[in-house]
Write a protein that binds this ligand. Sequence first.
Ligand code: AMP
Ligand code: MN
Ligand code: MN
Ligand code: MN
Length: 276
Amino acid sequence: MLNVDLHCHSNVSDGTLAPMEVAARAKANGVDIWALTDHDEVGGISEARTAAAALELSYVAGVEISITWASQTIHIVGLQIDETNPELVQGLIATRGGRERRAREMAEQLAIAGIPDAYEGALKHVGNPDLISRTHFARYLVEIGRCADTSEVFRNFLTEGNPGYVPHRWASLEQAVRWIRGAGGVAVVAHPGRYKLSDLAFDAFFSEFKQLGGAAIEVMTGSHTPDQYAYYAKVAANYGFLASRGSDFHSPAESRVDLGALPPLPDSVTPVWYNW
Ligand code: AMP
Ligand code: MN
Ligand code: MN
Ligand code: MN
């Protein structure tokens, strides 16, 4: 059976390894088909593709787009994209555009909560100045000893109701799916088990995603519990979605699930890669 990992990050977004280092780790872990899916950014793709080719690792061009739907942040993964597609490139530039101002507001709030200079601190962890994320702030809070690890940060800071949370409007669902499909790609709902939506809202979301041409959902992801593997396999079958598998690996020191280390997809679903 193929070991497929279609969701992970490099230091071009909020991972800690360079794209070529992520490629090497995927290969070493026995991955057969690999996609790098940096947040709102395709800048790591050419390095990743070149590294994968040298390692004889099958490579899929990917991205993870941040969207806002019903006031919630949701992530849509695009796979098999043409990363040079002008509408996709412009859309991602616009999506990244608000991050700098948001980061400055996050720092202002953290300063009020007694943590000064967090913007400068987070920036030290940033690999790509266009992509400052909450993860970089989380690493700074760990660095200064305010929290033991990044999960503790997200339980106490940077999330709704906690210091350093700044609401943000990302792309729309319609835009993200259009950019991905326009670039020849397949749109996939990332880690559905992470969103706080009622059953009714989830049904509306999946129905709208399907109607817009969305093709798949992540069933096996580092964010899901074993119960959620089974639950989202059923969801995929119910809506006629293909199923994806991706660790969401960010860093050797932080990630619960390593590249290629998830269990296989259940037999009941059709893999998103079935016709690749
Ligand atoms: P941003 O795109 O700036 O809002 O940052 C989102 C990123 O923060 C996600 O992609 C994760 O890498 C990280 N993140 C968010 N929530 C958590 C959490 N509860 N635990 C660990 N990492 C998280
Ligand atoms: Mn991330
Ligand atoms: Mn995500
Ligand atoms: Mn991710």
